[in-house]
Design a protein around this ligand. Structure first.
Ligand SMILES: NC(=O)c1ccc[n+]([C@@H]2O[C@H](COP(=O)([O-])OP(=O)(O)OC[C@H]3O[C@@H](n4cnc5c(N)ncnc54)[C@H](O)[C@@H]3O)[C@@H](O)[C@H]2O)c1
Length: 439
């Protein structure tokens, strides 16, 4: 008589396992598509009815998922969506891709993980594999999820059901490394959990990297993002130090990057943005604080990075001052609202902080972004100006915050009165122009 693990493994290998992906955002929808393309029947579950309806109409709202690919899977009956969590009782394999933001006080907001864990506990059955993908602190899967899943069941983890963590590495807008070909780390509560999780994921993803535990998998993600955050903090401080020394940080970085080993290029900017780098390391420092340890690198880098919008606004103020103007009352046009080029994601974008600080200094601020029609923060809301070049010509100062590739930077340089370039978007031409200030 085959045991539960063998039966589930067989279902997974034969693509008969029914899959649910909880959370249909930047991470969940691409994952649902990849599993459906691999031949599984996939259900995306999300409480946001507008997302559910869009998926069922075959309309994508995520840049990395073309609508025609989605529509093909929906029409073929391989992919659908629902807001009904009771559908979990039909599922063999469930992946969790819900948000893990910070609360207002800076502590991890675990409410989404807790809510889905409660739903899963209600519908848990023998022969189910569950993989958490939301970024979180080491210990979450074992200490938070597992007790909740098992409190009202007799099921044994690693025998009756299987629980694992697999960090997400998607980089929205990126075409060379996608959900399908990005190496995927996975670690289970028990070795059987790792085996089942890795077997499931390897049916659709090209490279699966099993590790010994959920904690190792959780910490892997936090090492990756802390590495980026700390190096961005270092290079941001380099930019400030180079400014004090009268040196061009961009030239220094390019020169250093010619070293064939032992140096990895990071570039300065107006601050951290996105759902990951500014947030994830705080999950780690929060956990360490509970163990009476201070994560010093994280705190220092966070402090340097958080100060960059203020530093940019100071540079704008100095630039205007050098040209006999004050920030108070000047027209400032911010180019780019997204947190990085060529995407429509404004979460934690430094543009919001730069605009907010400029407004607090009584500048008359407008913005342009080809991907984002409107933005809101605290007590204000702005709409992207319709005519880029008219806005550039009218502004007393243009601040390049996001270096979207569609902008014609030669044209912007020619038409603007003054420019603060936080991304080296103007390159050497910016360095040589008296009307341009740079990081
Ligand atoms: N976006 C990225 O680039 C990225 C990269 C790596 C890791 N991550 C991590 O992946 C996780 C998801 O991020 P995202 O960018 O996809 O977020 P997102 O906000 O784009 O999507 C999350 C989705 O979860 C849904 N949701 C909320 N509550 C739910 C519930 N109770 N049940 C089911 N769905 C629910 C929301 O409606 C939303 O559609 C986060 O932990 C994030 O840190 C994101």
């Amino acid at each position: 008589m085959p045991n539960i693990q063998e039966e589930l493994s067989k279902k997974l290998k034969e693509r008969r396992a029914k899959i649910a992906i909880l959370g249909q955002g930047y991470v969940g929808l691409p994952l649902a598509v990849v599993f459906a393309q691999a031949g599984f029947d996939v259900l995306g579950i999300d409480p946001d009815q507008s997302k559910v309806d869009a998926i069922n109409r075959g309309e994508s709202y995520i840049g990395d998922v073309p609508s025609d690919e989605l529509a093909q899977l929906v029409t073929a009956g391989k992919l659908s969506a629902s807001a009904d969590f009771s559908r979990l009782q039909e599922m063999d394999a469930v992946s969790i891709c819900v948000p893990t933001p910070l609360r207002k006080d800076g502590d991890p907001d675990m409410s989404y993980i807790l809510t889905v864990t409660e739903e899963l506990a209600t519908y848990l059955h023998a022969g189910m594999v569950i993989v958490l993908q939301s970024t979180t602190y080491p210990g979450t899967t074992r200490e938070v999820m597992l007790p909740k899943l098992t409190e009202s069941h007799e099921f044994k983890v690693g025998e009756d059901f299987f629980l694992a963590f697999s960090p997400e590495r998607v980089d929205p807008g990126r075409e060379d490394w996608t959900t399908k070909n990005m190496p995927k780390v996975i670690g289970g509560i028990t070795s059987a959990c790792s085996e089942v999780g890795a077997l499931w994921y390897s049916q659709a993803l090209e490279t699966v990297v099993p590790v010994s535990s959920t904690e190792v998998a959780e910490m892997t993600k936090l090492l990756e993002n802390t590495f980026r955050m700390v190096n961005i903090g270092l290079v941001n401080e380099m930019a400030v130090m180079c400014d004090h020394l009268g040196l061009d940080v961009w030239e220094v970085i390019e020169a250093a990057a010619t070293k064939p080993f032992g140096f990895m290029k990071f570039t300065p900017g107006p601050g951290l943005g996105g759902h990951c780098i500014p947030i994830d390391p705080h999950y780690l420092s929060w956990k360490l604080k509970s163990l009476d340890y201070t994560a010093r690198f994280i705190e220092l880098a966070s402090d340097v990075n958080a100060n960059m919008p203020r530093y940019v606004v100071e540079k704008v103020k100095d630039l205007l001052n050098d040209h006999d103007m004050s920030l108070n009352g000047s027209h400032v046009l911010v180019l780019g609202a997204a947190y990085k080029p060529d995407i429509d994601d404004v979460r934690e974008s430094p543009s919001l902080y730069v605009i907010d600080l400029l407004r607090k200094k009584k500048a008359k601020v407008s913005y342009h972004d080809p991907f984002i029609d409107s933005i809101a923060y605290e007590d204000w809301k702005l709409e992207s100006i319709p005519d880029l070049m008219a806005g550039v010509q009218a502004a007393d100062c243009v601040v390049i915050v996001t270096d979207h590739s569609g902008y014609d930077y030669d044209d912007i340089l020619e038409n603007a009165k003054l420019i603060m370039d936080t991304r080296n978007a103007l390159g050497v031409a910016g360095r040589e122009s008296a009307k341009v200030a740079r990081l």
